[in-house]
Design a protein around this ligand. Structure first.
Ligand code: SF4
Length: 292
């Protein structure tokens, strides 16, 4: 197993110490994602993880307050690895405030509620869960490796353990054909999970993926930039949150937005409707500067 890795992290973890706990992604099969194609999945040894922590602590012991556990779904690591990692982080960084991780639905479901609570107690404060869509048929098509019900259960389980839950969905994932169904179902699954943070990205192709191959063969038709806003509007209309910070300000999005929901729901819908009514491309992020 190679220790070489790539840095993938949520935008909100830009200032965190990125600590590899796993290599690659245990699923590595989503139809739109080739991020970890070159990496054989594995869990790093606790000796290596502690060595990395010690190396950073030697110089930055007091200044590290945030840590992000890498890579694609670090929560899938065995409980003993995560427990030892979190304990060592606490020992070495006295000002540690938060530790985050990506989680697949499977990773969250494999842990018992008690195990998740134990991790929360030891400092795991936030988990980023890829939901992608609420459309059952589309989940199968993109090979997400989890059903709608399993994704809802995973999100709720994390939340119930006291771990802040941040989820992402992907605009345009169904192409033109399933666009409306995807958006409505996605609004509904977000309601069921009721996450603390929800982010909508817009589909950008990664070469070599099944979805990209479908596109090249004419089997998948990309939605237009304005259709992505129609999807966004449908998602917001069909979702109901207790208290969620909703963003669509990723570099892949055509219209950067952030809002606290439900408080700013009417305002947000009015903003999107205004852009949709004008259909003025200059109001959108130019294609040339969109990025994954
Ligand atoms: S679970 Fe995440 S990292 Fe893994 S293949 Fe799917 S999208 Fe990529």
């Amino acid at each position: 197993m190679s220790d070489d890795t790539i840095v993938i992290r949520p935008p909100s973890e830009a200032n965190s110490f990125l600590l590899p706990v796993t290599i690659g992604c245990s699923h590595n099969a989503c139809a739109f994602c080739s991020t970890f194609y070159d990496f054989k999945f594995g869990v790093r040894s606790i000796v290596d993880i502690k060595r990395d922590i010690d190396a950073v602590a030697m110089h930055y012991s007091r200044s590290v307050s945030r840590v992000f556990l890498e890579n694609g779904d670090a929560l899938i690591a065995p409980q003993e690895t995560l427990v030892a990692t979190l304990q060592h982080l606490k020992d070495r960084f006295p000002n540690l405030e938060r530790v985050g991780t990506y989680s697949t639905p499977k990773a969250a479901l494999l842990k018992s509620s008690e195990e998740l609570k134990q991790l929360r107690k030891l400092g795991l404060t936030i988990a980023y869960l890829g939901v992608e869509t609420g459309d059952e048929e589309l989940l199968k098509k993109i090979n997400k490796g989890a059903t709608r019900a399993q994704i809802i259960e995973a999100g709720r389980k994390l939340k119930q353990a006291g771990i802040t839950t941040s989820v992402t969905v992907i605009l345009g994932l169904a192409g033109t054909e399933g666009s409306e169904k995807h958006a409505i179902a996605t609004g509904k699954i977000l309601t069921e999970i009721d996450p603390d943070f929800a982010g909508a990205l817009t589909l950008m192709f990664m070469e070599g993926t099944a979805l990209h191959k479908d596109y090249l063969a004419g089997r998948f038709k990309l939605i237009s930039p304005f259709q992505s806003l129609v999807e966004l509007k449908l998602i917001i209309e069909n979702s109901s949150f207790t208290d969620c910070f909703f963003t669509a300000n990723h570099a892949s999005n055509y219209l950067p937005i952030k809002a606290r929901l439900p408080q700013q729901k009417a305002e947000l819908l009015a903003l999107i409707e205004n852009v949709l009514a004008k259909k003025d491309m200059s109001m959108l992020r130019p294609e040339s500067i969109r990025a994954l």
